[in-house]
Design a protein around this ligand. Structure first.
Ligand SMILES: *[C@@H]1O[C@H](CO)[C@@H](O)[C@H](O)[C@H]1NC(C)=O
Length: 242
């Protein structure tokens, strides 16, 4: 029993130290710059270079904790009627609205790109859900580092493209961004609290239920012969005494 408790304690400490490490990796500050491209991708698909020049910084995301989903979004570009017109042009052409993200860490930016249907974004009144996947991995120096590995852009309020039925006010207000932070499933910290609870209740059940319930059932083969022997020997002694 004591051995089992000791093993459990050692195991729990191991689990909590593991979680602590993951916390360190996924809790640091992270600044992500979001740029968009309202360029027409069909007309200069071959040139490529023109499109590249059209990227403009749009939003800055300050991530405080990936694990707790704590972040702050600020749209650094003033949304205006000109931009709205350009987006509508894209929507009419059935083109894409393109987005790219990079981390602000003083190094050469490594871009992660995503896109959504321009017409869906327009129909949905610019209410978008941006999902950013952040992975924590030890860098060369051994210091844990967070990396934006991928991103996706969705417009949950628009199910199909309908330029006739749009929310003009929302479109004038500009981007309404809901941010979702994700980690790849392999790097997701284990749900330790639930696991410990389960372990504890399992142990409790074992000690409370199983042992009490099955004591006689388990040892009847020893108890019964002892009782029989006692009864017989008692009987024998009593018989001998008379
Ligand atoms: C912003 O987006 C959210 C989620 O899509 C939506 O519930 C909310 O109504 C939107 N707000 C405005 C002002 O459009």
């Amino acid at each position: 029993m004591i051995g089992r408790i000791l093993i459990t304690i050692v195991f729990l400490q191991f689990v909590s130290s593991q979680t602590f490490q993951d916390d360190n990796i996924l809790n640091g500050q992270l600044t992500v710059v979001v740029e968009d491209n309202l360029g027409d991708s069909s007309s200069n698909a071959e040139a490529g270079s023109l499109d590249e020049e059209r990227w403009t910084e749009r939003t800055v995301i300050n991530i405080h904790s990936v694990k707790l989903g704590q972040s702050q979004i600020s749209h650094t570009r003033q949304w205006n009627s000109e931009l709205l017109k350009t987006l509508k042009k894209l929507a009419l052409k059935n083109d894409f609205y393109k987005l790219r993200l990079h981390q602000k860490n003083g190094r050469e930016p490594r871009y992660v790109q995503t896109f959504t249907d321009a017409c869906l974004l327009y129909t949905g009144g610019l209410s978008e859900t941006l999902t950013v996947m952040v992975d924590g991995s030890p860098s060369v120096a051994g210091v844990p580092e967070q990396t934006v590995v991928s991103a996706s852009l969705a417009v949950p309020t628009a199910r199909f493209c309908d330029l006739a039925d749009v929310n003009g006010e929302a479109l004038r207000n500009g981007h309404n961004t809901t941010l979702q932070l994700r980690t790849p499933s392999a790097a997701t910290p284990p749900d330790t609290a639930t696991f410990i609870q389960k372990l504890e209740s399992m142990n409790k059940e074992k000690t409370e239920n199983k042992d009490n319930r099955s004591f006689f059932a388990k040892y009847w083969m020893y108890i019964v012969p002892i009782v029989v022997i006692l009864v017989i020997s008692n009987g024998g002694q009593e018989g001998g005494g008379r």
